[in-house]
Design a protein around this ligand. Structure first.
Ligand SMILES: C[S@@+](CC[C@H](N)C(=O)[O-])C[C@H]1O[C@@H](n2cnc3c(N)ncnc32)[C@H](O)[C@@H]1O
Length: 277
């Protein structure tokens, strides 16, 4: 079975692929929208913000540039990602971010000292998101704000059109359930708000954002999407979760489907804004 560790903690985690993939995903980050989200938090001047699971730091950099933010602590468990983030800040001449290698389950930050926590696309990778939310609650000042975002695969199969081809659909179900056994919940987005309530955090707003990719995906996009599967392929095959032929057919079916001129591909992202009571 999958190791008890989580997907970003397994041995052989390929930081290089992750860096390239995140650079590509984040290149269309909408600065204005991101900054508006921070505006809505009503931060005090010179606020201290923490970016939990900051990865390569593209969002951290935007956070650091907000007029109300004095300094940011970016934490992540991967040295290679932190190194990439540090290099990015150097090139962009961003000097108000401190990067720390830290585990989100046990943050090296004092109680009730932080004005804002962001945690983007991280909770799907953690086996016990409630524990991470407990840490976020602990470090926030009373009234301190948090913004959590995460994608969610729930229903995407049914909302996209034409429907997933069977070979891909069956593979995708097996893959998601294997990821779940590795502590990665690709369906966590819609649970975020209720997890916050369960942890005793106040939810100020919970939003669902959807987007549509219309028309054929470019071959580069198809490759990028499939690269995540490819990283897992050796394990999936070794553990007999799928057979080589099934994987091959799923890839082919996905390629044909994703490049259909009439494609409508749905993505769902949940965003929860709240505060420590
Ligand atoms: C999908 S990436 C998102 C990165 C970044 N927040 C962004 O939006 O680009 C998830 C990040 O969470 C980090 N991560 C996962 N589990 C973690 C943990 N327990 N403690 C700290 N960081 C963690 C990973 O190393 C990775 O950089």
């Amino acid at each position: 079975m999958c190791p008890a560790k989580e997907i970003y903690k397994v041995e052989g985690f390929d930081a290089c692929t992750e860096i390239e993939r995140r650079k590509d995903w984040l290149k269309n980050l909408k600065d204005d929208e991101f900054l508006k989200e921070i505006d809505s938090c009503g931060l005090p001047p010179k606020a201290l913000a923490v970016d939990v699971g900051c990865g390569i730091g593209r969002r951290t950099a935007l956070l650091a540039g907000h007029r109300r933010v004095g300094s940011v602590i970016g934490i992540d468990i991967h040295d290679a990602l932190l190194k990439e983030a540090g290099e990015y800040f150097r090139v962009k001449r961003i000097t108000n971010v401190r990067l720390m290698r830290n585990d989100a389950y046990n943050l090296d930050i004092a109680d009730q000292t932080v004005d804002l926590v962001r945690c983007d696309s991280v909770l799907w990778t953690t086996r016990t998101p409630l524990k991470v939310l407990g840490e976020i609650k602990r470090i926030l000042k009373p009234g301190g704000k948090f913004i959590l975002t995460n994608h969610d695969s729930t229903g995407v199969e049914h909302l996209s059109h034409p429907p997933y081809p069977r070979a891909y659909s069956e593979f995708s179900r097996k893959f998601n359930s294997y990821l779940k056994s590795c502590g990665a919940d690709t369906f966590v987005g819609h649970k975020l708000a209720s997890l916050c309530l369960e942890r005793g955090l106040k939810v100020l707003e919970a939003k669902l954002e959807s987007s549509l990719d219309l028309g054929p995906l470019s071959p580069a996009k198809v490759r990028q999407h499939w690269s995540f599967v490819e990283e897992w392929a050796p394990q999936l095959l070794e553990k007999g979760i799928v057979q080589p032929r099934t994987l091959k057919e799923a890839k082919r079916a996905y390629g044909v489907w994703a490049t259909r001129p009439s494609l409508s591909l749905v993505r769902l992202k949940f965003k929860v804004t709240g505060c420590r009571p």
